[in-house]
Design a protein around this ligand. Structure first.
Ligand SMILES: [Zn+2]
Ligand SMILES: [Zn+2]
Ligand SMILES: [Zn+2]
Length: 361
């Protein structure tokens, strides 16, 4: 840019303007303030416009001058002339182009932060977010921290975490390691926490699917015991051989096989059969959830509830919690049972009477 632009129309050469903008500029009074840049450029401007958009510039303009006759000068150093011009363009016309953002996005973010121009700051943050790459992420991260842009900062941290092997090779990273060990520490800590968050969410998803399986098993248990399904049903209902499998066929069939096994297993009395234990846990869970044990057709439901009341068993709160989680899964179809609880042994004595109420085909 020419270092000695002083006439008001010359403003056009420092920022892309439309013919409408040009008319506005023509209608403006003579410039009364000059912006000096690092490269020695001198850009004419209007104090009233700068002051109306930036409170910081307003303060600078309002400072008393040494001599009344002397020119008002504002120094904007440390960024390229064209970035200053793009900044002024925004102050005048409330806009900046994609090309300007592409070339000077980081400078404009710094300027908008320093001179308190929030609309431009938001625009730059958005622009930088969209243009974030492995190459520029470290620089943008540092700037986001300096300019108090937390969303951009987090976005940088995530990109950096997900591409650390590539980022490590960049000049930006090497520079940061040499000059900003505290930020390096912040980044490493963020990466550790991110790994922990991912592990937690994997564990959570696993649990969710187990609760969901269990909630489906509870639904099937009630359905088998109330209306019967393909192979197993209540003793007083004739199973219809032509009947089509229910919608939860896989779970329902597994449960029917388990019920048949439970009804005929010889080993279950001594508690030595794992499949029978599993069936017990399902009965136990059902009775923790069941609201209608008086009329419920699920075997042992009432007996188990009575036994819990008599014994005031210590493990009851854990079952209640489990029952709540399964009930939630039933509602939102998205929860699970922890393997630990599923494998826990229930030490209730079996009531042989309950199981006779099945019709096993
Ligand atoms: Zn079924
Ligand atoms: Zn068994
Ligand atoms: Zn019940």
């Amino acid at each position: 840019m020419d270092a000695k632009n002083t006439s008001k129309t010359d403003f056009a050469c420092v920022s892309p303007i439309t013919s409408a903008d040009f008319k506005i500029i023509q209608a403006l009074p003579e410039p009364d303030v000059y912006i000096h840049t690092s490269a020695g450029a001198r850009i004419p401007a209007h104090a009233s416009i700068l002051a109306s958009v930036s409170p910081v510039l307003e303060n600078i303009i309002d400072r008393p001058r040494k001599h009344r006759s002397s020119e008002r000068i504002i120094q904007i150093h440390g960024v390229p002339c064209h970035a200053v011009a793009a900044f002024l363009g925004f102050l005048y016309f409330s806009r900046c182009t994609e090309e300007q953002l592409e070339k000077y996005g980081m400078h404009l973010l710094a300027l908008s932060h320093v001179y308190l121009v929030p609309q431009l700051k938001q625009r730059c943050i958005k622009g930088l977010r969209e243009r974030l790459t492995v190459e520029n992420v470290v620089d943008v991260l540092q700037l986001a921290r300096l300019c108090d842009a937390p969303d951009l900062y987090i976005k940088c941290m995530k990109l950096l975490t997900n591409n650390f092997k590539s980022v490590e090779k960049t000049e930006g990273w090497k520079f940061l390691q040499r000059h900003d060990p505290w930020l390096e520490l912040d980044i490493l800590r963020f990466m550790d926490e991110d790994e922990l968050r991912k592990k937690k969410s994997r564990k959570h998803r696993k649990e969710q699917s187990l609760y969901l399986e269990l909630s489906e098993a509870m639904e099937c248990l009630e359905h088998i015991c109330t209306e019967g399904c393909t192979d197993v049903g209540p003793y007083d209902i004739e199973l219809n051989k032509e009947r089509r499998p229910c919608t939860k066929f896989a779970t329902c069939q597994g449960l029917q096989i388990l019920i048949r096994h439970f009804a005929t297993c010889n080993k279950r009395i001594g508690g030595g059969c794992l499949r029978c234990k599993r069936m017990w846990q399902l009965f136990r869970l059902h009775s923790s959830i069941c609201q209608h044990s008086d009329t419920c057709k699920v075997p042992l439901c009432r007996q188990i509830q009575m036994k819990i009341q008599q014994d005031k068993k210590k493990d009851d709160p854990r079952w209640k919690l489990l029952a709540r989680k399964v009930a939630a899964a039933r509602a939102v179809s998205s929860l699970s049972l922890s393997k630990r609880k599923r494998d826990e042994e229930i030490s209730l004595n079996m009531n042989k009477h309950g199981i006779r109420s099945f019709n096993l085909r």
